[in-house]
Design a protein around this ligand. Sequence first.
Ligand code: 4GT
Length: 246
Amino acid sequence: MKINILTLFPEMFKGFLSESIIKRAIENELIKINIINIRDYTFDKHKQVDDTPFGGGGGMVLKPEPLFRALENLKNSKIIYTSPQGETLTQDLVKELSKEEEITIIAGHYEGIDERVIDEFVDLEISIGDYVLTGGELPAMIITDAISRLIPGVLGNSASYENDSFYNGLLDYPHYTRPAEYNGLKVPDVLLSGHHKNIEIWRKKESIKRTYIRRPDLIKEKLKNKEFSKLELKLLNEIKNEIEGE
Ligand code: 4GT
């Protein structure tokens, strides 16, 4: 998987690319991340990348010429622009994107980019949520991070994404590590029992319970799509009765 990122602030990506899982994935050539400085595609003496908006209103807009020149070489990739106007990023969308061979993410800044760039080159506009940021660099990193961990080999075999929140449309179950008791706070007995089947059922039930309480919309979606197994439906009923009985 190759990911090109067009930005005015390449330095913002240094930490992201030089630590932990992403660093190792690059070293192992599982992903290739190509940071492109939009300013390198300016031809004028002042290397001007932005200008005032037609129609007024203040702020600055990224000029079309440098982006057009930069994107002309990247037409074989899936071109994404990140903005609050985009389709909201979900794990399902991340999974789709992880199947691409090459993607390009344009990180805007200031008021955004000239709309003609979007009309001419952008295949998909993505928002990471309903809030406003100073630039698209953090969204570009978030999209890159979420995709990278789905590339086979990136997580290694100790951490797998089959157990992730949202992998099965449910929230994650609680996690514990040593010590088994800390300041009088105990780890649930079942996790110390060594009984793998019971542990699996406990985790499944906690996962459904949390989702039922915190994200009932996700439970409704799974019921609608008939995605629950017989065991899961039984656990869901137990949870409903337990909560009603309180
Ligand atoms: C929010 C998001 C995003 C911004 C989001 C263009 C210039 C957009 C600043 C940029 N804010 N980008 N992708 N919620 N700000 O995804």
